[in-house]
Ligand binder design. Structure first.
Ligand SMILES: Cc1cc2nc3c(=O)[nH]c(=O)nc-3n(C[C@H](O)[C@H](O)[C@H](O)COP(=O)(O)O)c2cc1C
Length: 299
């Protein structure tokens, strides 16, 4: 059984039965019992039990243990947190594009992953994988793979005939790329070749590639929610981060890049996060575009 209930500890309060989303638990003779195997294994039953009588075998409490950040596994009550501090952190996180060469410790990178996986995931699938590159040469190797792909893409985009075909058969994808990105990408590739300037990862000494094993119901959402946790936690821990969408696109289209970094081919990559000690400081927060806020028809 995925879930076990110690009958001798159960006081029959029913909290676990009421909170269980798939209704896998039931009351039998005044005690909580497992009715059927639980597909979700969210752990709410174990977390709510005042007597600690419930164990969800699929979950590993140690998976969230951090080595560089203090703090136990107590639950933080609703409203019992410094909202101002949280919002200030969120507002202050910015994409970092100047990194120092200093390496980031493996313990910190692994802690970031553990903080990442506190995110929700569709059907609690948690099919995410985190491939860590923790030194500059590994990052440069990945950048080289991405650069080769971008160079080939630029060569295709230069050809008018291929852009014409793309207009007919591929919703003008190549044409759009040519108009929006070609020139900037060419500049970056030329700089990379001429003097090794890294305008892809900005000299970051570490990268976390967030991928998903097959079988998740919402793979993109799961990966990006974990990624946002990583970005915020990294800022709090004194690190800068930048999501590198160009690398994600390159990995999507060129399986050889996965080989370079050792990602199995059946996994799909949704985020590439450059990480390092920031070489920049901002003087202030900047604004955002005005959000569209509307009320629904019958609100
Ligand atoms: C999906 C995604 C892909 C991104 N890709 C890149 C990228 O390839 N290179 C880059 O410099 N920034 C990239 N960014 C960062 C955005 O440019 C940045 O988030 C945006 O300008 C807002 O700035 P901020 O992150 O500092 O608040 C990406 C952001 C997202 C969400």
């Amino acid at each position: 059984m995925e879930i076990e209930i110690k009958g001798e500890l159960c006081t029959g309060c029913e909290l676990c039965v009421r909170i269980c989303p798939p209704r896998s638990l039931a009351m039998v003779n005044g005690k909580a019992r497992v009715k059927e195997d639980c597909f979700l294994n969210c752990g709410h039953c174990a977390a709510i039990c005042p007597e600690d009588a419930v164990t969800v075998n699929a979950l590993d409490k140690d998976a969230l243990k951090l080595s560089t950040v203090k703090g136990g596994d107590e639950w933080c009550d609703y409203g019992n947190f410094d909202t101002e501090a949280l919002v200030q952190l969120m507002r202050s996180r910015r994409s970092c594009r100047i990194f120092s060469e200093e390496a980031v410790d493996r313990e910190i990178l692994e802690d970031l992953v553990r903080i990442g996986i506190t995110a929700p995931s569709g059907s609690n699938a948690q099919r995410w994988t985190f491939t860590i590159l923790d030194n500059s040469s590994a990052v440069i190797e990945l950048a080289g793979g991405v650069a080769r792909f971008m160079r080939r893409l630029n060569e295709k985009a230069e050809r008018r005939f291929l852009r014409f075909l793309s207009k007919i058969f591929m919703k003008d994808m190549l044409g759009k790329y040519y108009r929006e990105y070609y020139t900037k990408v060419k500049e970056s590739l030329d700089e990379w070749e001429e003097n090794g300037t890294d305008r892809l990862f900005f000299g970051a000494p570490a990268v976390i590639v967030v991928g998903m094993k097959p079988g998740a119901s919402c793979p993109c959402e799961d990966a990006l929610l974990a990624s946002q946790n990583i970005l915020l936690a990294a800022h709090a821990m004194g690190l800068g981060t930048c999501l590198i969408g160009f690398a994600v696109e390159a990995i999507k289209h060129d399986p050889k890049i996965k080989e370079i970094i050792g990602i199995p081919k059946e996994e799909r990559v949704y985020a590439v996060i450059a990480i390092g000690i920031p070489g920049e400081k901002f003087a202030r927060q900047a604004g955002r575009k005005k959000p569209i806020i509307r009320y629904g028809k019958n609100a």
